[in-house]
Ligand binder design. Structure first.
Ligand code: UDP
Length: 495
């Protein structure tokens, strides 16, 4: 990839952004969109990654090359062996046991020296700023040494970022021992209460607390935050986040709107595990708004019992569906159950995708009328963009907050009614949502009742607002321009 020369915002030096994503699909994918977006607006981008992740990003690399965008993928060797990680374990979705999370984070921090060396070598095009994942606390030192700003990116929305900030910096959970204790979030602009277990930051692993502390310390020292959301979606929370953190918050989303054709949508994040053309053909054969899309993102590990129950609920709803199952390899019993009659029974109206699905491409198809989502922020905003109402099924972390935003604030979704947390790496064995509940939720969302019509109407309205914000002279569009201009004006001193 080469750096193209034109299209810099008037009056600014050509800004060079160094993007350092966390190696987890929900964090890396929006940063690939960010890279594309910044480059389309005239900036240069160095995208830091590792060999295994770079191979997943082959589609992205080819797309930016074809579009002659100034994006360079920089591969740094990931020190797996040094930190006791299995060979090739370079992404959070490859970690097989919770015990390795801390080693993974330490291996990430060890990328600091090679990254610094790389940035010092490239004097010809010194970096203007580092945009790094919240979790890469160690990039703060590098930015200070190079005398450039560090902006953080967490992959979350303003609503949940604000909750997390309040909880972490006010130590709200510190003396709460009961996981089911209801916590009222102090200083939140609207009334919000949830159990301790559903609060962000409650994943407890020995050694993780120390890393969290460093993350929070560095968050206080950073020069601003980039958020994949748009002002008009959550004005109150974004303004409040800015006030509480006393930092500039740049809303530049929804960044997935940088994909304008099904080809780049299809290669987003990884190579799809099925033929995209076949998927589109199947969708074309369905009535507009008739299909429900079911996907729980890249990390949530739904138990085999729960998957079977979900499948039976989809079957009972009688609605056409696309169901993404990533756990096929991990749970052979689910595969057996699918093969033992289920797939045959639903073959006329159900498509099962095992592995990576071209999610954005699917969500944009006119046949999609609803989305059963785990409420990862990317999935949530990807559902908002085409105006698809949702059934919310959070599993862990800030997913419960995104559910609150969708159900209580935006009112574009129905809760399926998840009571407990399915903590990553520590999944509950019982069924939390029965087939009847799934059937009823799908039936309601996809039906013609007043409640469903209202959800649909509001979802369409936010979709229009999203496109306006992202389009020329919209709030996010202007923020990207200002961000590039501001970073371009910083001293480009490297070393
Ligand atoms: N994704 C996808 N295909 C899949 C699973 C996930 O394209 O089969 C994408 C999805 O579109 C989103 C990201 O992976 O961009 C997942 O991020 P999210 O925040 O929704 O959830 P997480 O995986 O972090 O829990």
């Amino acid at each position: 990839m080469t750096f193209d020369q034109g299209n810099s915002p008037i009056g600014s030096a050509r800004a060079h952004f160094v993007l350092v994503p966390m190696m987890a699909q929900g964090h890396t994918i929006p940063m690939t969109d960010m890279a594309r977006l910044l480059a389309e607006h005239g900036a240069q981008v160095s995208f830091i990654t590792t060999p295994v992740n770079a191979s997943r990003l082959a589609g992205f690399a080819a797309d930016v090359e074809t579009a002659s965008l100034a994006v360079r993928l920089v591969e740094l060797r990931f020190p797996t062996a040094e930190f006791g990680l299995p060979d090739g374990c370079e992404n959070i979705d490859m970690i097989q046991s919770k015990g390795l999370v801390v080693s993974f984070m330490e291996a990430c921090a060890a990328l600091g020296e090679p990254l610094k060396a790389h940035l010092r070598q490239h004097q010809r095009s010194p970096p203007s700023c580092i945009v790094s994942d919240m979790m890469h606390w160690w990039t703060g030192d590098i930015a200070r040494e190079l005398g450039i700003p560090r902006l953080t990116f967490s992959g979350c929305c303003g609503f949940s970022s604000l909750v997390r900030y309040i909880i972490s910096h006010n130590k709200v959970l510190e003396n709460v021992t009961d996981e089911n204790a209801l916590i009222t979030i102090p200083g939140f602009p609207t009334h919000l209460e949830l159990t301790k277990a559903k609060c962000p930051g409650s994943l407890s692993i020995p050694g993780l607390e120390k890393i969290r502390e460093k993350m929070y310390e560095e968050e206080l020292r950073c020069d601003g935050e980039i958020i994949n959301s748009f002002q008009e979606l959550e004005t109150l929370y974004i303004e409040s986040l800015q006030q509480v953190t006393r930092k500039k918050v740049w809303t530049v989303g929804p960044m997935c709107l940088c994909h304008r054709d099904s080809k780049t949508m299809a290669t987003r994040g990884n190579k799809a595990s099925m033929d995209e053309a076949q998927c589109l053909q199947w969708l074309d054969s369905m009535k507009p708004g008739s299909v429900i899309f079911v996907s729980f993102g890249s990390l949530a590990a739904t138990t085999p019992q729960q998957l079977v129950e979900l499948g039976l609920g989809l079957e009972a709803s009688n609605k056409p569906f696309i169901w993404v199952i990533k756990a096929g390899g991990k749970f052979p019993e689910v595969e057996e159950w699918l093969a033992d009659g289920f797939e045959e029974r639903v073959k006329d109206r159900g498509m099962i995708i095992r592995g990576w699905a071209p999610q954005v491409m699917i969500l944009w198809h006119q046949a999609i009328g609803g989305f059963v989502t785990h409420c990862g922020w990317n999935s949530t905003i990807e559902g908002i963009c085409p105006g698809v109402p949702m059934i919310t099924w959070p599993h862990f972390a800030e997913q419960f907050l995104n559910e609150k935003l969708v159900v209580d604030v935006l009112k574009t979704g129905l809760e399926v009614g998840v009571k407990g947390v399915t903590q990553w790496g520590n999944e509950q064995q019982e069924v939390m949502v029965t087939r009847d509940v799934v059937e009823k939720a799908v039936y309601t969302l996809m039906g013609e009742g007043e409640a469903a019509q209202e959800l649909r109407m509001r979802a369409k309205d936010y979709a229009i607002k999203a496109r306006r914000a992202f389009g020329e002279e919209g709030s996010s569009y202007n923020n990207v321009r200002l961000l590039i201009q501001e970073m371009g004006n910083k001293t480009n001193a490297c070393g």
